[in-house]
Design a protein around this ligand. Structure first.
Ligand code: F6P
Length: 478
């Protein structure tokens, strides 16, 4: 029997994520400017082609987005802003959105899955947390209702990430005919840590995702942790056969990266960066991250300082190129972390720098072309997160680097599962160990470095964003 809510001209494939493929700036003169984003989902969705009758449902994140939704009459955004993609942006009440995104998703769920709490004093899961939880439920409900309205009978819906853990079950109740997937882009916490959450909330989160036919993760490790949490919180028989568990290791977009990294603006940034680095034949240790607590940028700087102490022969002969782009600046803990990154970088430059050598070149203004320039110049790539779902930078740098780079990689990054064999692997908390790994990487003979880098690039591109997305759809029989 056809679902009473199924839309007759509805979409056959739907994607739901907090951040959509476009965002808007509202200028002082009242004009709106659309900015298109990149990333795995954008290129993934393009793989199913423009005739696929697909819709992307996302949230309005700021005032510009809200104004764009109003001007679009609450429905789909103008196709010229989205590159032809059908996008329905949800204007969820700003306070509800802030509670759900800043309060629950980024301050609780992100912290749980990345194990970021300083547990003697946090988390404090009090009445204020319960109030924000109600907003998280309302935010998930808004997505479930929009998806229910937009979907054709039997459509495939792929719901992304920890912002939307409750939406699969909510949608299942509204539209039992749909084929629903959920994909987690983060790590999943082990049971002992996940159970910091109140029992009812832990159960609601797991049951929310189990409302999907297919619950998928970036690596086997995170999938196993999810299943272990289900056993610990919901009981040993769960998940039952109703929800299949999948692993799809999103890879780097080789074709796009190789082409984009040889465009003139990247060449220009390379010239400017070479000037900043200075010194004939100087080596580079490159890192590029959002300024994100889990990325471990400060310990990376401390390890670099240790390298300069323990191996003074590298002074004046190496530069740490660190790009740390602003992220989640509504949260004080992120603002403080950004300040700490700057402070430590300045301290190293003041203590070790000379007239012709700046040991750390730090940039905090987002510039994609400059990131690609740094990728191309990298002799060593430093990717040392304390915990990370995948870490695409670890996959991108070996693909783009001109001469072949050595990857110094945390064993806590999802990418370790595929790249660990050809990387120099570190415990991200061990400053001395990371310093020695950097020394080893800098001294690695050119031939070995090039060989390893070739293998890294092959492993990093094994599952293109397009294939990754199609796997999610195909797992639902789409
Ligand atoms: O890793 C999870 C994730 O949602 C990614 O998909 C994305 O890179 C990142 O977090 C973005 O976070 P935000 O939208 O809060 O800037």
């Amino acid at each position: 029997m056809a679902s009473p809510m199924a839309s007759t001209d509805g979409a056959e494939v739907l994607v739901a994520s907090n951040r959509g493929p476009v965002s808007y700036d509202l200028r002082e003169d009242g004009s709106l400017h659309a900015r298109r984003g990149g990333g795995g989902l954008v290129s993934g969705l393009s793989a199913i082609g423009p005739d696929a009758n697909a819709v992307w449902v996302c949230a309005a994140l700021g005032d510009g987005d809200r104004e764009a939704v109003r001007r679009a009459g609450g429905g789909r955004l103008p196709a010229e802003d989205t590159g032809g993609q059908q996008v329905r942006m949800l204007d969820i009440d700003a306070d509800v959105f802030s509670d759900a995104y800043n309060g629950i998703a980024n301050s609780v769920l992100w912290f749980v899955h990345h194990m970021l709490y300083q547990t003697p004093l946090e988390p404090v899961l009090d009445a204020e947390f319960r109030r924000q939880w109600a907003s998280y439920q309302a935010y998930n409900r808004a997505f479930a209702e929009a998806l229910a309205q937009e979907a054709a009978e039997g459509a495939v819906v792929v719901i992304q990430d920890y912002h939307l853990a409750l939406a699969p079950r909510m949608l299942r109740r509204l539209r039992p005919d749909l084929r629903i997937g959920h994909f987690s882009h983060t790590p999943w916490a082990p049971p002992d840590y996940f159970r910091l959450l109140p029992d009812d909330i832990a159960a609601e989160l797991l049951s929310g995702i189990l409302g999907a036919d297919h619950a998928a993760f970036l690596t086997r490790r995170w999938a196993d942790a999810f299943v272990a949490c289900c056993h610990a919180v919901l009981g040993p028989g769960i998940p039952s056969g109703e929800t299949r568990i999948g692993v799809h290791g999103l890879g780097a977009d080789a074709d796009f990266l190789r082409k984009r990294s040889h465009e003139p603006d990247v060449d220009e940034r390379m010239r400017a960066l070479r000037e900043e680095i200075g010194g004939e034949g100087r080596r580079t240790i490159v890192r590029v991250d959002r300024t994100e607590l889990s990325k471990n940028i400060v310990r990376g700087l401390l390890a670099y300082r240790q390298l300069l102490d323990d191996h003074p022969e590298w002074r004046e002969r190496v530069v740490h190129v660190a790009f740390a782009y602003p992220s989640r600046q509504d949260l004080a803990v992120y603002r403080d972390y950004t300040a700490e990154v700057r402070r430590v970088a300045d301290e190293i430059n003041a203590a070790y720098g000379t007239a012709g050598w700046t040991p750390v070149v730090l940039h905090v203004k987002d510039d994609f072309a400059r990131s690609l320039a740094a990728y191309r110049l990298a002799d060593v790539a430093l990717v040392n997160p304390i915990r990370d779902g995948m870490n695409l930078v670890a996959k991108e740098i070996p693909v783009v680097s001109d001469e072949g780079c050595v990857l110094v990689l945390s064993r806590e990054a999802g990418a370790y599962e595929e790249l660990g064999e050809d990387a120099v692997v570190v415990n991200p908390y061990d400053i001395g160990g990371t310093a020695e790994a950097l020394a080893l990487a800098l001294a690695m003979p050119a031939e070995e470095r090039a060989e390893r880098c070739k293998r890294l690039a092959a492993a990093a591109t094994a599952l293109s964003p397009a294939a990754w997305f199609l796997e999610q759809v195909e797992a639902l029989g789409g």
